[in-house]
Design a protein. Structure first.
Length: 209
């Protein structure tokens, strides 16, 4: 693991066989396979385009760097004098590379199974629903419509069940109905917001997100 955490800047001369970069190459492959497999099974209703977009977000340099910081990996990397993470120069790149090199080292030590377990745990800890919301869907009503058409051959209906408050400050309660069954209730300051929230809860009930 020490090799995986030793950045190239530590060496006076770059060797043809650089352990940090070789482990990074291996870890990158393990990460891609694991994330692809995880997303394929977790989101059976996602199109290839949605899966690809979410995968690219998860394996991005920025996201990997945040994961590395969340487990304090940055405090254990061995640098040369030319590198100072505190100044931020190349920080995301270094942290992401070390994250991948550590996965490569874990793969060499224990194979794919422990790697998959660690990667999935790290993804879950970073709240994958947040990534879905901001990277792909943004419109739960549209996503729910796609699913209900495929699964039930019908479209969801939204029905106002209640509204409270003064005219200038109302709260709306809306149910989303699929085949005469209530799949979710949403609350919002506008009917549009309440419908989006209702669609979100329906998707959660259907385990689509």
């Amino acid at each position: 693991m020490k090799k995986a955490l030793t950045h190239t800047s530590y060496f006076a001369q770059k060797s043809d066989i650089n352990h940090f970069q070789r482990l990074e190459f291996l870890g990158d492959s393990v990460l891609n396979l694991t994330v692809s497999d995880f997303l394929y099974n977790k989101f059976p209703f996602f199109s290839e385009g949605k899966l690809s977009k979410l995968k690219s977000t998860i394996i991005s340099q920025k996201f990997l760097a945040h994961i590395a910081e969340s487990i304090s990996l940055d405090k254990n990397i061995i640098f040369g004098k030319s590198v100072d993470l505190a100044k931020g120069r190349g920080k995301f790149s270094i942290l992401a590379d070390c994250m991948e090199s550590c996965l490569g080292a874990i793969y060499l030590d224990g194979g794919l199974k422990p790697c998959k377990k660690i990667i999935i745990k790290l993804i879950s800890n970073k709240n994958i629903e947040f990534l879905i919301d901001y990277s792909i869907i943004r419109n739960y009503k549209t996503f729910l419509q796609e699913i209900t058409q495929k699964k039930f051959n019908t479209l969801p209906k939204y029905k106002l069940s209640q509204e409270d408050g003064l005219d200038h400050k109302k709260i709306f309660f809306i149910n989303v109905i699929i085949n005469d069954n209530i799949f979710g209730e949403g609350i919002g300051k506008s009917k549009k917001e309440a419908e989006q929230n209702a669609a979100y809860h329906a998707l959660k009930k259907m385990k689509a997100i």
